[in-house]
Write a protein that binds this ligand. Structure first.
Ligand SMILES: C=CC1=C(C)c2cc3[nH]c(cc4nc(cc5[nH]c(cc1n2)c(C)c5CCC(=O)O)C(CCC(=O)O)=C4C)c(C)c3C=C
Ligand code: FES
Ligand SMILES: [Fe+2]
Length: 427
């Protein structure tokens, strides 16, 4: 089903109308290629203590967050509708955003109360991050101790709170320290990971920037690097594949190969897709990698869920897809949430209580979410370990803005995280 809100997405979002920024010259492209080598080695040396340790290392999990109780729903929605990187509502956003949030609150509160009174995302994020840090301490003693932090975009603990905690824990304040911003969206979208990075950059400037340091040159001493996407990491693929195999085993053996796998990801407005957002192709890459691991033994489709408001969104919609296949007599279907790493309202309410309930057929099931799955937590540790070993500030892909991007925030954020030596690569 689609969440239909009482609001409309603004015209430029509907049409995707954008103007393109200045094109890079050939010489600037050549410079980019030369600088490319710099990216992999650009992490400045981190101070070592007498034992040779480069730690502590702060591991910051970034995600959207969700209301832990129904009382937090309105604040959560207010922040979400105030985010111009997610829902651009123009100059009137600070006024329209809270109005939309207020009108939507009781409907969404009911959904959270139907899934047990709140979103489990905080519980899972804290668990995943803590467990990953324990593994990292063993895998990478030279950067230990690894300290877990969670930074949510729209719910507690907010990015600002996390940053203040980092400073209180002895990072920054002229003392340096290394922090890794690790997105918990496996596939990059400017409306999700991009928004979280913009927020992190904003709070870094406010709490550690020149102005926060009385204009002194001692600006910001925390050394940030970013894990910005990991759509086809083998550990992620393995964790998804094992959950699908476990659900396939619940069907009689002779029917197993005929079960259709329906990978379901949160949709995007077509205006965001047409701006050049990398998310749809990265989600498709995850699906393909998982199917490869499963040896393409089942037919499959990728479909899109949770569209909000009346504008055009990427389809086909998950709810329509299930209905169509069931109508055609294909009643053995496994829904696989593929773009989020823990349970949330979109799995527990939209898939379980709406799509599967409406299908009214015992053959329509859902693969478990990754949640506390040890294979997944080991994958997180492997991804972080590879990042620490490579010494990259961010992926090469992060330096390329969307074709239709006109956002100064995106430009500034990417230049910051790419580092001063690589800033000229950001186009
Ligand atoms: C990869 C995941 C997600 C993408 C991409 C995404 C894009 C996106 N979302 C909205 C609007 C809303 N999303 C809402 C909730 C919500 N969104 C995601 C994930 C992605 N969103 C999740 C996991 C959740 C639930 C959080 C939880 O329960 O823990 C909501 C609030 C619910 C509602 O009012 O319907 C809105 C609104 C847009 C506009 C967008 C792309 C631009
Ligand atoms: S919108 Fe994608 S880089 Fe700015
Ligand atoms: Fe969303």
């Amino acid at each position: 089903m689609a969440f239909r809100g009482p609001f409309t997405i603004p015209r430029q979002l509907l049409t995707g109308a954008t103007s393109f920024g200045a094109r890079p010259t050939i010489s600037s492209r050549l410079r980019c290629m030369t600088d490319r080598q710099g990216l992999a080695t650009a992490v400045p040396p981190v101070t070592q203590d007498a034992t040779g340790s480069k730690g502590p290392t702060a591991m910051v999990f970034m995600n959207m967050g969700g209301p832990s109780t129904t009382n937090e729903v309105e604040d959560f929605l207010s922040r979400l509708f105030a985010d111009g990187d997610l829902i651009p509502l123009g100059r009137l956003q600070p006024y329209i955003g809270p109005l939309i949030a207020r009108r939507r609150t009781s409907k969404i509160q009911k959904q959270y109360s139907d899934i047990g009174g709140g979103s489990p995302i905080r519980k899972w994020s804290e668990h995943q991050c803590e467990e990953m840090c324990k593994l990292l301490d063993k895998m990478s003693p030279e950067t230990a101790p690894h300290k877990p932090y969670v930074a949510f975009r729209y719910a507690a603990p907010l990015t600002e709170t996390m940053y203040q905690q980092l400073l209180a824990d002895g990072f920054g304040n002229g003392k340096g320290g290394r922090a890794i911003a690790f997105t918990q969206y496996p596939q990059y979208s400017c409306s999700t990971t991009g928004s979280s990075l913009n927020e992190l950059w904003k709070w870094r400037n406010r709490l550690e920037g020149k102005r926060a340091n009385g204009g002194s040159e001692k600006e910001g001493t925390i050394q940030w690097s970013v894990i910005d996407r990991w759509p086809t990491h083998s550990g992620l693929v393995e964790a998804f594949a094992q959950n699908i195999e476990a659900q396939l085993k619940t069907y009689p053996e002779e029917k197993r190969d005929q079960v259709v796998l329906l990978f379901s990801a949160h949709s995007l407005p077509m205006s965001v897709v047409n701006r050049g957002d990398p998310y749809p192709s990265e989600v498709a890459a995850t699906v393909h990698a998982v199917m490869q691991r499963l040896k393409f033994q089942n037919p499959y489709r990728l479909c899109w869920q949770s569209q909000v408001g009346p504008s055009a969104w990427l389809g086909a919609q998950t709810s329509d897809t299930v209905q169509e296949y069931v109508k055609r007599g294909q009643t053995d279907l496994i829904l696989v949430p593929i773009a989020f790493t823990s349970d949330h309202i979109e799995t527990l309410y939209e898939l379980d209580q709406e799509v599967i309930h409406e299908a009214n057929n015992p053959g329509v099931k859902r693969a478990e979410s990754l949640n506390g799955n040890p294979v997944f937590i080991k994958a997180l540790a492997d991804i972080a370990h590879e990042h620490l070993q490579k010494g990259e500030l961010c992926s090469r892909q992060m330096t390329l803005r969307c074709q239709g991007c006109t956002s100064e925030r995106c430009l500034g954020q990417k230049k910051f995280f790419a580092g001063p030596e690589n800033a000229s690569m950001v186009i």
